[in-house]
Design a protein around this ligand. Structure first.
Ligand code: PGA
Length: 252
């Protein structure tokens, strides 16, 4: 089965009111009519409305980088999935390694958030990936298996059509160090096999698995050419029109 590639940008805690609109405008002009590949950008919460406006009428979706699992109430500083829907988000990233390792999110919390995002009607980019010391200790398969299994606990087969898995080896994020295509393919194939065990082989063939970790215009084609790599979650190189368009154009 051939899966449509999905390339998403994660701006993390970067950009400004002016630059978010400028960059999104440039992306809309250069990539707005691309339909061979699904595209999305995930700005910081506060810049989402401007980016939604800039992408209006284009094929580029907008996502958030996180959300909370309640609708509203006394949760100072948090943002709900309903709020994200309200301002035009289609996607939310959950389980990003920086949420796990800097902000202390657990597999259980991520599972709770995924369930809530599904009930809010959001599509999810669900991130998993091992630390450098885990890879060195040959724990990659064990760690990714645990993250996927716990993160998808009690999530129905039907709901899986709203979930993209993003494999992001933590040692490759923002470091300039990229997994080799062989390393990426190996973990993606393992993850697809796991989805086959947790659900069934038809779903395993359909589920999209993005690679993330220092994806750039110069390495995207090779990584996305791997049979089980179905797109990319791009950090640093999604901050400029030139780099993001370079990545997208390299696979068109
Ligand atoms: P990077 O980030 O492309 O800057 O390595 C990827 C990510 O964290 O999603």
């Amino acid at each position: 089965m051939s899966r449509k590639l999905f390339i998403a940008g994660n701006w993390k805690m970067n950009s400004s009111a002016a630059s978010s609109v400028e960059v999104a405008g440039g992306m809309a002009a250069q990539l707005g009519s691309v339909d061979a590949v699904d595209l999305a950008i995930c700005p910081p919460f506060v810049y989402i409305p401007g980016v939604v406006e800039a992408f209006k009428g284009s094929n580029i979706g907008v996502g958030a980088q996180n959300m909370y699992f309640e609708d509203n109430g006394a949760f100072t500083g948090e943002i709900s999935g309903q709020m994200l829907k309200d301002i035009g988000c289609r996607y939310v990233i959950l389980g990003h390694s920086e949420r796990r390792h800097v902000l202390g999110e657990t597999d259980q919390l991520i599972n709770t958030k995924i369930k809530k995002a599904l009930s809010d009607g959001l599509e999810i980019m669900f991130c998993v990936g091992e630390l450098l010391e885990e890879r060195k200790a040959d724990q990659t398969t064990a760690v990714v298996t645990r993250q996927v299994t716990e993160g998808l606990k009690d999530i129905s087969r039907d709901a899986m059509s709203s979930i993209t898995i993003a494999y992001e080896p933590v040692w490759a994020i923002g470091t300039g160090e990229t997994a080799t295509p062989e390393q990426a393919q190996e973990v993606h194939a393992m993850t697809r096999g796991l989805i086959g065990e947790l659900y069934d082989s038809e779903l395993a063939q359909a589920v999209r698995i993005q690679y993330g970790g220092s994806v750039k215009p110069g390495n995207a084609a090779e990584l996305l050419g791997c049979p089980d790599v179905d797109g990319a979650l791009v950090g640093g190189a999604s901050l400029t029109v030139e780099d993001f368009a370079g990545i997208v154009n390299s696979v068109l």
